[in-house]
Ligand binder design. Structure first.
Ligand code: SF4
Ligand code: SF4
Length: 259
């Protein structure tokens, strides 16, 4: 395929202008059979994918170590809506130039299989070089770890692929150890293996139901909060800084100069 480099620049720059923090192009030809088997024929025929990511505010992910948070649910919805809006604009941009497009919603579930989405955004994102699929089965980016959300536009537009990056989980097992119901089995991602070898979705889902009965909010995200990649210092370190706050009468300007 002859690539249109100007079109790629145009598409990635549009995505960033609309609010994507990361954007890249994945080559989907090599995973065509995987897509056909797992997600059906409607999504298999696209040779490429525009992968988009928006960062989740890391301080909000930190809070998940303490349990479910209303603010997490709020931003989960906000990020998904933002991603869907960006994806629709990028898709229509390509469509108006004559290409086939299939914008896959940021958050989706198959009606007949509640543990599965209609498409794997993290697979497209890993092929586009946005990160790697970690032991937690989340997309891990080297700057923000799993603290992001994803959307994908499948397309036949001649966009040059960016290529994947190596898995950098190494010997880390933080997500495995932090998962309350033991849903993460500690195995590395392999395309040819069923996800069940790595992740017990039913355990995770049942835990969400249990948590909802106790807290009224059905989510967890401890595997996101503990991942060392892109982890920001937890809130208490900021509180230690605030213990050095100026005494009454001390000039704020002098205090601020210390930083
Ligand atoms: S969200 Fe919670 S229960 Fe589900 S895999 Fe992550 S840590 Fe485990
Ligand atoms: S917590 Fe560790 S093992 Fe789990 S995804 Fe992150 S780096 Fe990989």
């Amino acid at each position: 395929m002859e690539y249109d480099h100007a079109l790629k620049k145009d598409v990635l720059s549009l995505a960033r202008r609309l609010g994507a923090d990361l954007a890249g192009i994945g080559e989907m030809g090599g995973v065509r059979e995987y897509i056909r088997q797992n997600y059906g024929g409607a999504l298999e025929g696209y040779p490429g994918a525009v992968s988009l990511a928006v960062f989740f505010p890391p301080e909000i992910i930190n809070l998940l170590t303490e349990g479910p948070q209303q603010i997490y649910s709020h931003y989960y919805e906000v990020l998904n809506r933002l991603l869907d809006t960006i994806a629709l604009s990028v898709a229509n941009h390509l469509y108006k130039k004559g290409y086939r497009v299939f914008p896959v919603p940021a958050s989706q579930q198959l009606i007949h299989d509640r543990y599965k989405g209609i498409f794997s955004h993290k697979l497209a994102a890993s092929l586009a070089g946005l990160g790697w699929i970690g032991k937690s089965c989340c997309l891990i980016n080297e700057k923000v770890g799993p603290r992001l959300r994803l959307a994908t536009i499948l397309t036949d537009a001649p966009l040059a692929p960016d290529g994947g990056i190596a898995n950098r989980c190494g010997t880390c097992r933080a997500c495995v150890d932090a998962c309350p119901p033991g849903a993460i089995l500690g195995k590395s991602f392999k395309l040819e293996e069923d996800i069940g070898f790595r992740f017990q979705a039913e355990r995770c889902d049942n835990y969400f139901t249990e948590v909802k009965e106790r807290h009224g909010l059905g989510h967890c995200g401890k595997c996101l909060a503990v991942c060392p990649w892109g982890k920001v210092p937890p809130k208490r370190e900021y509180q230690e800084i605030s213990r050095d706050a100026p005494e009454k009468g001390e000039k704020i300007a002098d205090f601020a100069q210390d930083f």
